[in-house]
Structures are given as C-alpha cells and as structure tokens.
Design a protein around this ligand. Structure first.
Ligand code: FEO
Length: 618
C-alpha cells in the first residue's frame, strides 16, 4: 500500500525507507535504516525528482502511482545517477513511456553505463543555469559536481524557493513517520547521524561542497529537500552552518579523540592513562577501540574534535590492521587542520608510529606535537613520557585558568584603560536550535576589502562557545535610547542559567528579527545590524578575538550609538549606597556587591566577569 507525505501544496514525498539494509554502500552500517527520498511536483506538467534504491522500488512505485492519481508523468529530473537514487529509472520509464528524462551530459553517460534504456526514451540535456517551466513553477538547474559524484546537480524551484539538494544536507536514518526536521529533536537525536553521513559520504569533497554552499547562498531558500533524511523548512542554518564548518575541515569542538588498536591491552593502557591526564587538565576526551567501533563513527568523530591521538601496536612489521584501515580511510576522507599525537608499541621492532605519521602527513595542515614509543607495556619512564605528552597536548588548548591576581606594577595605572572609548553591542549566536546573546563593548572594523570586523568575547559567555562552534554571529549596534533592561537581560545573566530568548522583554523583544544567517538582530534601540562569519580567532586567555567577514549589514536609522560613558552616566542604575554596617566591595562595571573582606585578588565578578581590579570598597 502507498505511503506518501505532503510536503506542501502540489509537492509530495514519494520515497521509501529501508530498515533492513545492513551496510549502506556496502561499507557504512545504518542501524537506524536509511530513507531514499523522491519528490513529485504536480504542476501543469508532472515532475518526479529522482527515484530510489532497488530494495524499496516496489513501495516507491506504489507511491508514485498514488501521487499521480492517473496523470501521466511528464518529466523525471535525474540529479544523481548513483543507483540508490536511479535504480528505478527503467521501471518508471516502462510505466510512463512518454516521460522526458531531464539530466546533464555526464548523467546521460552514466545512465547508459548502468542501464539499457530504449533508445526512443526522450532526453532533455540541461546545463548550469538552464531552466524548465512546468506551469506555474520554474526550475533552475545548478551543477554540483562531486557532491558526491561528478554528475550531481541540484534544482531550485523559484516559486516555492525550494532547493532539491541531491545528497547534500542528507542524513542516515529512516524516516519514522516525520518528514520535516522540525518535527523531531534533530540536534539531540539525529545530528550525530547527519555528521556521520556527511563526513563519510562527502567529507572528502569539502571544496566542492563549499562551491555548492556559495551558489546556494545567492538563492532565497525556504526549504531544502535532500535525497536522504529530513526535509528542512525551518531553521535551515541548523544544517547549513555545520556544512560550512565541515566543508572547511574545521573542528566543531575543542577536545581530544583517542583511537587505539591494542592486542593485549598494553597500548590501550597507555591510551587510557593519556586520556586520564587530559581529563585532569580539564580537556574533553573521547576514546575508540578501532577493532570494535566501526570506522565511519571514528571518521565522524575525527571531523568533530580538534585534536587526534592514534595509538597502535606494531603488527606484521606495520600498523595494526584495523588502525591501518582507519588511517587510510581518514586520509582518503581528506581530514585536515588537526593537532595530532601518536603512541606506538612494539616488543622488538616498533614501526607503527613512523608509519602512522608518514601516512597522516599526507593531509593538509596536520600539526604533530608528540610521540611516545612503548616496548610491550607501560613502565615508569614511559609513564613520565605519557604524562609529558598529555601536558604538551594540554598546552595547545585554550585554557580557562583563573585570572591572575589583580596586582598591577606601579608603572601601570589601569584607570588609563577607562579612557579608551567603546561602543556597546548586542552579539547573538545560534547553535543546535538554541539562540543566545550577550552584551559586548569591543567591536571594530578591521578592513574594508574584504569587509571584516573583530569581536572580543569573554570565554565564560555561552555566546562565545556558540560562535566558536558555528562561526556565525550577528551584531546589533545599541543606541542611547536602549533601556537598562536590554543590558540587564543580555549582559547580566547567563544563557547557561536561562533561555534568554524564551524570556524576552515584550516591549523590545518583539523587534527581534532573524537575519539571513538565521540569527536574531534587534531592530529597536539600535541603529545598525550586521552578520558576520568567523574566519579566524585569537586566544587571549580570558577572551577570544574573533575576526569575521561581514555577510550582511543594514543601516537602520541615525540615532546616536550608545557608548560606555553614556551607559554609565545615563542608563545604568547607580549602585546602592553602602550602609554603615556593610563591609565589602562594589563592581564598578555592573554594581555587583561583594560582601566581606578582603576581596580575593583573583575574584571574578559573577555578573559581568570583570576582575578584582574593577571593584572599589563600599
Ligand atoms: Fe545517496 Fe551519492 O547517493
């Protein structure tokens, strides 16, 4: 029996799910199954976008017949000829002999390689930028070579602003009734499988994915219909932003992935000691036994984490078999920009360290920071070396050490710093479906061409971590009309304690709008809003300096910008006067009162994160 889903008026999902497939493409386990999506547009002409894998062809043909309700199929758009999407071409043509196949030249070659279509089948060859009017819809064809095969193209429907994206933005996992990503908790339940899909299927082709993202950024897109996984109709940045990160081979998170291959547990012992020392230093770690965990999971993790450690015993004078396979696979997937450390083991002639290093050195921008060579098991001198390796790895992290005691040398008067003029800004970010924002005073334009800004943000702020992960931010320039409630809401509370956008002030909260990058900008009590994409960052101990390229900017009005002086003089309520019996210190920045004495030299204001130097006695 047919089982179709309505995507929107006149657009149906006519695909099918497979939960019995053990290995997708013969190599990737799919414990949650896989969806083969096909879409049917019912315009003056009927248009089918792709077919499905032969394993689910029967259900797909039932769905197609139901969707057409007796109408003939006019066009079959073939975006990707890999058989998981093309296997049913012959069956469709047999049922609709007058259908026209719409495909590019490369695809036509692949179709003739895979199938034996009747030479009478009608073919329409399209190229980059070609369009096809089907009635009220106008389809634009956009070439996307190597996302994931060379013939891939995507299709943009101008009327509904829908991108039929082929393999791009897809995911492993069958559809369990829901068709839209916003019907489920995608970030919690499906994001890991989307990462595993991306990294393993198209991870190798980052530059080509970037080219497609660049083309897509020039389109107004309201919906994305991929060939696997969910349809995206809301919060498109939740899938586009990770693609931007992954295709740049930038890590999602700071932390260490340790993959080890151990025959008798001694190499594993070394890996565990290293992981323990790293955790002692406050660094996140994940561990995989490469003989147990499927390579596709480890490849996905390698794309996620910033630091990679490979520990392998020597086997047949080489790298242990499962580790060798993993490293070859990782290199084939083009992993880049990682900090790497190695542990080798060998009872008489250890070679695995050098061999792993030689292979990984083929990848771009891999920074090797240390290696430990074991002879059979960890002895005390090797324990010292492992501890030293952990320390060397820890040194490369952005450490969150407490600020140094607020003691300034005699020749530094920190009051001089107060003479530097600053503006005040609301900076917003969005990560895994959650919005957050904070108030900052340090934003500057750096260059005009390209148009770049710097944004300094305290690492304690949740917004900081979100920007670090997503690389996207939006700035709203606050004006002198901004009420204290804005500063209080975004500057004196933490997104770690409350959802700032779910508890918004009604009067100015209603003026929040989402910009093109999906982030919020405030349009009242502000005079300009701009979005930017991070291209570089600098660790400055308590803060990170983000250097970002402006992607959107809007001048709203000519209200004067709020500066720090104006805020302190006219907006911020004056700190409470000290009562006679109160002993303590007040923060000059936000008015927080520390009761008692002495004020610890390394005290950090819990509200505004300024140090002891910015406190004065009550
Ligand atoms: Fe889903 Fe590249 O095929």
């Amino acid at each position: 029996m047919h089982c179709i889903k309505h995507i929107m008026e006149n657009l149906l999902w006519v695909g099918a799910n497979d939960r019995r497939l053990a290995m997708f493409e013969g190599v990737y386990s799919v414990p949650d199954g896989v969806a083969y999506n096909a879409y049917l547009l019912l315009d003056e002409k009927t248009v089918l976008f792709d077919t499905v894998d032969k394993a689910v062809q029967h259900r797909f043909l039932e769905n197609l017949a139901e969707g057409l309700s007796g109408r003939p199929l006019d066009y079959l758009v073939l975006q990707h000829i890999e058989p998981d999407h093309s296997a049913a071409i012959e069956a469709v043509v047999n049922r609709h002999p007058n259908v026209t196949l719409v495909l590019n030249k490369k695809s036509a070659g692949f179709v003739s390689q895979f199938f034996n279509l009747n030479s009478a089948v009608k073919i329409m060859i399209v190229e980059e930028g070609d369009t096809l009017r089907t009635g009220s819809h106008n389809l634009h064809f956009i070439m996307a070579p190597m996302v994931h095969w060379p013939e891939v193209m995507v299709t943009y429907d101008e009327k509904t602003r829908t991108l039929f994206s082929a393999d791009a933005f897809g995911s492993f996992g069958a559809l369990n009734g829901a068709i839209f990503a916003d019907e489920v908790n995608f970030g919690r339940d499906y994001f890991d499988e989307a990462r595993r899909y991306y990294t393993n299927i198209v991870g190798k082709y980052g530059p080509q994915v970037k080219t497609l993202l660049k083309k897509a950024s020039g389109l107004a897109i309201d919906m994305i219909c991929p060939l696997h996984g969910f349809v995206w109709r809301k919060n498109l940045q939740d899938i586009i932003t990770p693609y931007t990160l992954w295709s740049s081979y930038e890590p999602e998170e700071q932390g260490v992935m340790i993959a080890y291959a151990s025959v008798y547990g001694n190499t594993e012992n070394a890996a565990e000691i290293l992981a323990s020392r790293l955790r002692d230093a406050g660094i996140k770690t994940v561990m995989f036994d490469v003989s147990v965990t499927p390579a596709s999971d480890i490849i996905a993790a390698a794309f996620k984490w910033s630091h990679l450690v490979f520990a392998s015993t020597t086997y047949n004078a080489g790298i242990f078999v499962t580790m060798e396979a993993l490293i070859y696979d990782l290199v084939a997937h083009n992993i880049q920009n990682r900090t790497v450390a190695l542990i080798e083991n060998g009872s008489w002639a250890a070679t695995s360290g050098k061999l792993m290093r030689d292979k990984l050195a083929q990848c771009k921008n891999m920074r090797f920071i240390g290696e430990v060579s074991l002879k059979s098991s960890v002895k005390s001198e090797k324990l010292t070396e492992i501890n030293a390796l952990a320390a060397a790895i820890a040194d490369t992290f952005i450490t969150e050490k407490p600020a140094a005691p607020a003691q300034s040398p005699a020749h530094i008067d920190t009051n001089a710093m107060w003479k530097i003029p600053y503006g005040l800004f609301l900076v917003t970010a969005r990560d895994k479906g959650k919005d957050n924002g904070c108030i900052v005073n340090t934003i500057s334009q750096v260059t005009v061409t390209p148009l770049q800004i710097t944004v300094y943000i305290n690492k304690d702020n949740m917004t900081h971590d979100m920007i670090l992960r997503t690389g996207e931010l939006t700035v709203s320039v606050l004006t002198k009309s901004a009420p204290f409630t804005i500063f209080e809401h975004f500057g004196l509370t933490s997104g770690k304690d409350k959802d700032k956008f779910n508890s918004i002030n009604r009067s100015w909260g209603r003026t929040l709008v989402r910009l093109e990058n999906g982030l919020y900008g405030l349009t009242e009590h502000t005079n300009a809003i701009m979005s930017a994409r991070v291209i570089s960052s600098v660790d400055c101990k308590t803060h990170t300096i983000f250097i970002a390229e402006v992607t959107q900017a809007q001048n709203l009005n000519n209200e004067p910008s709020c500066n720090y002086d104006y805020y302190f003089t006219n907006i911020k309520p004056k700190p409470q006067l000290a009562t006679k019996d109160k002993v303590g210190f007040v923060c000059k920045i936000c008015g927080y009162i520390y009761e008692g004495e002495p004020l610890p030299g390394d005290f950090i204001c819990p509200l505004c994160k300024h140090g002891a130097a910015d406190f004065v006695r009550l």
